[in-house]
Ligand binder design. Structure first.
Ligand code: FPP
Length: 253
């Protein structure tokens, strides 16, 4: 087990993204319906958000509902949507007390009115908070996001607002849902699956990936600290060689 004290708080990833996976399997193992896993996943969300805020992570993005999740049985979708409404409703006060700012990425317009309303209300109420930025990916998929960006960019070129020659990474990024949010430095996926599942594909070009067999409802702050400790033990080269990284550290320190 890794405790908070074992982390180097000066070398934290600015942005951690999490693919919360394994709720259904967790419930099945206990002989319960899948939604039981989702409800228990809320405790893992709470503990992780608290831990991230406490140690000083700037951005935490949680993949809560993908574009592909709309293909699940209607009863599961409805149950997940009401869970989202009740969780946001219950937790907004705690977010405010902990200086957390809520944001969302994804096709928010495709969510049921009740979810969109609750979400927008919580985003508005927390918008002046300056601590952790908690970003919920809802009805999100990376391909959807990139296609949307390409469409909007094409329209702006057509209307003469931008010259196609001027399109570079910075311009393209400004058309993504995550505009203004730094790329994640660490991506965690629970439940022992080794996939990215259409999540932040542009943004994770240089992200460190961490996979754990823990099912999401069992994930707690110690698991989060363990992922961060693992991140801190890695050397991030960004295409350079090891000696150049050491040189840079020496120059900058
Ligand atoms: C993946 O497990 C989990 C989800 C699709 C939903 C995650 C939602 C929550 C944890 C509930 C509330 C969240 C917030 C942010 C308030 P799965 O169903 O794919 O599990 P399986 O792979 O075992 O079937």
């Amino acid at each position: 087990m890794v405790s908070k004290e074992q982390l180097d708080l000066k070398r934290l990833p600015k942005h951690v993204a999490i693919i919360m996976d394994g709720n259904g399997r967790w419930a099945k193992k206990k002989g319960n319906p899948r939604i039981y896993g989702h409800s228990n996943g809320v405790a893992a969300v709470r503990d992780t958000v608290e831990a991230a805020a406490e140690i000083g992570i700037n951005f935490l993005t949680l993949y809560a509902f993908s574009t592909e999740n709309w293909n699940r049985p209607r009863t599961e979708i409805d149950a997940l949507m009401s869970l989202l409404v009740s969780t946001i409703n219950k937790e907004t006060k705690t977010l405010l007390e902990n200086n957390v700012r809520l944001q969302a990425i994804g096709d928010i317009g495709s969510l049921p009115n009740s979810v969109a309303k609750q979400l927008k209300g919580a985003i508005e109420k927390t918008k002046r908070k300056t601590g952790l930025n908690l970003i919920l990916a809802l009805s999100y998929s990376s391909r959807w996001e990139m296609l949307n960006a390409a469409r909007n960019l094409a329209e702006d070129v057509q209307q003469g607002k931008i010259d196609s020659e001027d399109i570079d990474s910075t311009v393209f990024e400004s058309y993504l849902n995550t505009s203004g949010i730094p790329d994640p430095e660490l991506l965690i996926r629970t439940s022992g699956e080794f996939r990215i599942s259409n999540f932040l594909l542009w943004q994770i070009a240089y992200t460190e990936l961490y996979f754990t067999p823990t099912l999401w409802p069992d994930f707690r702050r110690e698991d989060f600290y363990m992922a961060i400790a693992n991140f801190q033990s890695r050397e991030r080269r960004f295409g350079k060689i090891s000696e150049q990284i050491v040189e840079n550290i020496n120059i900058n320190s």
